[in-house]
Design a protein around this ligand. Structure first.
Ligand code: KIV
Length: 271
């Protein structure tokens, strides 16, 4: 008998079943309070290795460690109880062999309780995807712009500009689907290629800087909330969190300096 509270979350097969159906809503989260807010509206929450840049101030995702992903994955699992939670495997934790990928992925799943992992998917990745999936680990793939390869690519520009590059991305996506990925993130490609990929694979595509015809969409939550001045072209800022925070902190500083805060209502008075 289990003493754990029963929680009924979206599953990886549940996401796959949405291919061609109602668009799949996905966002990133890295902490429990954010996860608790977005859980109501999201089918899938990604604990992305973008955490390195948007939370830890790194200038790429290359410095993100498995320990960081586990810590943030645990927080997101505590904050949510409805969405499928997927945790990114960071750079260096899965590329060299299927065995190292299994070791990293199983550690992430056992220590966080998340239900799936994501890997950035080059041509070498099909073996890893089938190895993990056959051993009980659902895999979300990531094709197109692959931020962990920033040092090879030379930047974060959209990918697939010429026919050869586009064909390679399409081939990677097809191989990832055939190998058993339950969904595929398609990042930073033009609409035509994103649509081709979506038509060519039998699992949902989750677009980011891709196409509205993808089976779902994902954005980095602090980006779409407007926490940063500079964001990629594909980010729609739904709020101005930077402005809201600045205004609140400015008012707080003024009130502290003028002793307006804390006023009577924010202090204790014992009888
Ligand atoms: O790390 C991340 O947040 C991601 C999304 C951009 C898809 O991989």
């Amino acid at each position: 008998m289990s003493v754990q509270k029963h929680i009924s979350r979206m599953t990886a097969p549940g996401i796959t079943a949405r291919k061609g159906g109602e668009p799949i809503v996905c966002l990133t989260a890295y902490d429990a309070p954010t996860a608790a807010i977005i859980d109501e509206y999201c089918d899938l929450i990604l604990v992305g290795d973008s955490v390195g840049m948007v939370v830890h101030g790194l200038n790429s995702t290359v410095g993100v460690t498995l320990e960081m992903m586990i810590l943030h994955g645990q927080a997101v699992m505590r904050g949510s109880n409805k969405a499928l939670v997927v945790v990114d495997l960071p750079f260096g934790s899965y590329e060299d062999s299927v065995e190292s990928a299994f070791k990293s992925a199983s550690k992430v799943m056992m220590e966080t309780g998340c239900q799936a992992i994501k890997i950035e998917t080059g041509s070498y990745a099909a073996a890893t995807i089938s190895y993990l999936t056959e051993r009980g680990i659902p895999v979300m793939s990531h094709v197109g712009l692959r931020p962990q390869s920033v040092n090879v690519l030379g930047g974060y520009r959209a990918r697939g500009h010429d026919q050869k590059a586009a064909a390679e991305i399409l081939a990677n996506a097809k191989a990832a689907a055939e190998a058993g990925s339950f969904a595929i993130v398609v990042e930073g490609v033009n609409t035509k290629l994103a649509d081709e990929v979506t038509k060519a694979v039998n699992v949902p595509t989750i677009g980011i800087g891709a196409s509205s015809n993808c089976d779902g969409q994902i954005l980095v939550t602090p980006d779409m909330l407007g926490l940063f001045e500079r964001t990629p072209k594909f980010v729609k800022k739904y709020e101005d969190l930077k402005g809201v925070t600045e205004r609140a902190v400015k008012t707080y500083a003024e009130e502290v300096k003028s002793r307006v805060f804390p006023s009577k209502e924010y202090t204790y008075k014992f009888k």
